[in-house]
Design a protein around this ligand. Structure first.
Ligand SMILES: Nc1nc2c(ncn2[C@@H]2O[C@H](COP(=O)(O)OP(=O)(O)OP(=O)(O)O)[C@@H](O)[C@H]2O)c(=O)[nH]1
Ligand SMILES: [Mg+2]
Length: 200
């Protein structure tokens, strides 16, 4: 199963991926592919957080530096990500869950179906409660919308009830969940949705 995680800069994509990997290992063989534009920052962070502690095997972490538009690398020309996926699945013990992180994206970005069977769009309250109302493909069409950083809502004046109502409307009933990856609020429910949807 290939899960694509995307969303604006700094919304919590890597933190979510680390949470999923920690929650599902070692029962599942989890692999991670990160896409950064210039540096290999996220892969290096995951190496420190998850590889050195034995949660992810070294060969199951691939950091891609796209060098250009991150949206192109996950949709228009996904060849570099496809190569990374192929390298993972041809292993003697292929991973049963591959998490792909897109570089911070715009609201119309989506994963090529060749890269992801299931997509998670991560928004955060600090971007303001105008989202999810303003919409965008990922916000409206992803398999799961995660509204993260609810712990910050009081500090940035984000109205969580409005975000909830708007998410329900723009997604036409598709699932969404409000969480804080910092305090842990909502994470049990998030994990349950993923377990049900991904069969893990
Ligand atoms: N207060 C708060 N901070 C959070 C939460 N989730 C993540 N963060 C912090 O937000 C910052 C960005 O998180 P990342 O996981 O790096 O976000 P990202 O979307 O992967 O960022 P890019 O890959 O750079 O686009 C980090 O400093 C996290 O510690 C949360 O729920 N609440
Ligand atoms: Mg990241």
């Amino acid at each position: 199963m290939k899960v694509g995680v995307l969303g604006p800069l700094g919304s919590g994509k890597t933190t979510l991926i680390e949470f999923i990997a920690k929650s599902l290992s070692p029962q599942h063989e989890v692999a991670i592919i990160t896409n950064d534009v210039i540096s290999n920052y996220d892969a290096e962070r995951i190496y420190r957080d998850l590889v050195t502690s034995g949660i992810i095997r070294k060969e199951n972490l691939i950091g891609i530096v796209t060098g250009g538009c991150p949206h192109t690398a996950i949709r228009e020309d996904p060849s570099i990500n496809l190569r990374a996926l192929n390298n993972l699945v041809k292993k003697e013990k292929p991973p049963d869950l591959i998490l792909l992180e897109s570089g911070g994206d715009n609201v119309m970005s989506t994963f090529s179906p060749s890269l992801a069977d299931y997509t998670v769009y991560v928004l955060d309250t600090a971007a303001g409660d105008k989202y999810p109302k303003k919409g965008g493909l990922g916000i409206m069409e992803s398999d799961l919308l995660v509204i993260n950083k609810i712990d910050l809502a009081p500090f940035v004046g984000a109205d969580l009830e409005k975000m909830k109502k708007d998410a329900y409307e723009v997604r036409k009933g598709k699932p969404f969940i409000m969480v804080s990856l910092k305090t842990g609020e909502g994470l049990n429910s998030l994990l349950q949705i993923l377990r049900d949807d991904l069969g893990v």
